[in-house]
Every structure is written in structure tokens, then in C-alpha cells.
Design a protein around this ligand. Sequence first.
Ligand code: NAD
Length: 385
Amino acid sequence: MILSVVKERAANERRVAVTPDVVKRFVGLSLEVRVEHDAGLAGGYPDEAYVAAGAQIVDDPDALWRECDIVLKVRQPETDGASGRNEVGLLRAGAVIVGMLYPLTNPALVKALAEAKVTSFSLDQLPRITRAQTMDVLSSMSTVAGYKAVLLAAAHHGKFFPMLVTAAGTIAPAKVLILGAGVAGLQAIATARRLGAVVEAFDVRPAVKEQVESLGAKFLAAEAITAEGEGGYAKELSEEQHKRELELIHQVVKGVDVVISTALIPGKPAPVLITEAMVRDMRPGSVIVDLAAEMGGNCELTRGGDTVTRHGVTIMGPLNLPADTPMHASQMFAKNLLAFLTPMLKEGQLTLDFDDEVVKGTCITHEGRIVHEATRQAVEGGKRS
Ligand code: NAD
């Protein structure tokens, strides 16, 4: 079987789906691996490293799509998008694509994949079960984003993060507040602590208190503000609880230098946790890094993809931080892909078991049909409206 690794064409995307280390593993699983010329260069992986790992470098991108059995990507393939390319149209019927396709919000892509009779897997739909942890690209990318958000804040802030005792006097450590202590928030806590900041965190899932404390941060206790939903995720707070949460955050943000906000609720816009009135009351020079920017932002003043300064506070709304740490983001993504595909690869052939909840949970289209129930509903719902 021929496995293609193609170059990401989205603007500012520097990741690559498969790194040379993982190429070696696929070759060991009896696959012929072809890599597009310079596919990994922006991430720090040159063609020579892929060749040394056993891959063949291909100059013609269309040939990679046309002649493969499996194509691996980070982002969605082009249908007839901005670049004018139709990558899905190049795939042969029965070919397999794996990546982060976000099918629930990309009906045109899903329809194109079904029409092309491509078998597509979207790793953003992976069930978050223990067995699938090694395949969990969302956790990997959240880890990268949480880390990088703290570095962005530290680089931008006019203060040191650690306490320093110098001949020029003692410098107090920076104070950091983390809102949302899921995967990204916990990594942000760990990173800010490593830099020496004093860290506080809040989440509506009380279960994370122990994890927050084990990282050396203080958990802002608020017994009446909890909203644990299905599958360990948060759900929306009641109006009354949300009001109480805003009051709590308002008190705390007045005394911090940095806020990293990561609060998300599956399938909903991000909850607003930092209002303009709060920003006005923050210390001048403070920095907010809003990791929820893609879902509308946790701060009322966030502009997705932009950095703005309001009332002396810098508010950053980065949209794709993992692409700014492409070497390790690609390494983690590639390892997740390997863990996902290995159980399906038997003697160089792909065997799909639709009774397996990982296969069932991630397979979006197969043999011309949309087989993923939530995606089918989203696509059909879109047709009606
Ligand atoms: P997420 O990105 O959906 O949300 C980030 C955090 O925001 C969550 O911790 C959530 O509770 C919090 N949040 C939502 N509304 C909030 C509000 N109003 N105020 C403050 N915080 C708010 O979360 P995630 O990082 O994807 O993790 C979600 C859950 O999935 C966690 O329980 C995590 O441990 C679990 N998980 C399990 C696996 C696995 O077993 N394979 C892998 C990854 C994550």
C-alpha cells in the first residue's frame, strides 16, 4: 500500500502530519511511504531526513494524491478552496484520508469526500476513552497551545515571571490566572510554574482541583459554580452561576499580571468570562492570551487572530498556536496517527472493523456514504436550513 504525506497549504501552517521517525515505523509496517518535496521543511524536517527514514520524495503534489492508498494530513484537504486546488477530486475511489477534518462544521468537504467514495477519518472526533489516549490529537495540540500561550504572555509582558533577588533589589514573581483547567489549561499552569510565576486557576469542573494543586497552583474554590456535563466535559452554567463566576473572576483579575483563558464547552460558543469592565480594572501592562479565540473568545474584547490593546491591557487571540511550535506539534501528531493506524494495519493492508468504537467514532465517509451519525445530522440539518 502507498501512503502519501502531503504538504499543508493553509496559511501560516508549519506542521506536517508525519515526521521521519514515524515514516520509519510505517515502512516497518510494510507500507511504501511517499512524501511531498519540502512537506516537513517549515517544521524542521528536511527531505533528506525522510529519505534516510525510507521514504521517497515526490515533486508533483497531484501525483501524491492520485496514486496513494492512504493520505495523511494535519488540516482539511482542499476541495475547490482558496488555492483553486481540488485535492479530494484527485483521490481514487476507496482511498483513505486521515486528518483533522472538523466534519461537523465542514459540510461541503464531507459531501465531496462522500461523492469521491473516499474513506475519511477525522481525528478530532476520536472518542476520549483510555485506549485512545495515545491517538488523541486534540490533547496533543492543546498541550502545545497551553505551553505556547504562556511563552507568548511572558515574552510580551514587561515583567519577569520568576522572583529574582538581585543587587538592584528583589523582584516579585508575576501572578498568572488560568481560566479553564482542561488539557491546555493544565499545561499552561505547568509552564507558568516552571517560569516561576505564582499561579491561580479556576474551572467549573471541581474534579480538576487536585490536578491544579498537584502542579503547584491554587485552585479558586467556588462550590456553587460547577457544571460537569457528559463525558467529563463542562456544560453551560445557569445564568445565576455565570453571574457568580464573573464576580469571582472580576475580583481576581484586578490583582494578576497575566490571564490565560482556555474555557470551552463542546458544540457551543466559548463562555464569556472576562468582560470589558474587568479589563478596565486590570493592572496596566497586563496580558490576556485567549486560547478560546477560535470559538468566539473568553474575553469580550478578543479579536480572533489579532492582538489588541484596550485600557492598557494587551489581549491576544491566537488561532493556531500549535503551528508556531511545529517541530514538537508534528512529532506528537505523527505519533498519534501511528497509534491510530497501527491496529488497522495487518500485513500492509488496512482492515476496518466498524464494531470498534475508535473506528466507528472517527470514520466520517465510507463507500460513498456519510457513516458518522453526528456528521450526517449536521450535513442534513444544514441542507434544511
Ligand atoms: P475543553 O477544551 O473542552 O475545555 C477546556 C476547559 O474549560 C475544561 O476543563 C472545562 O471544564 C473548562 N470550562 C468550560 N466552561 C468553563 C467556565 N465557564 N469557567 C471555567 N472553566 C470552564 O476541555 P479538554 O481539555 O478537551 O478536556 C475535557 C475533558 O476531557 C477533561 O475531563 C479531560 O480530562 C478529558 N480528557 C480525556 C481524555 C482521554 O481520556 N482520552 C483525553 C483528553 C481529555
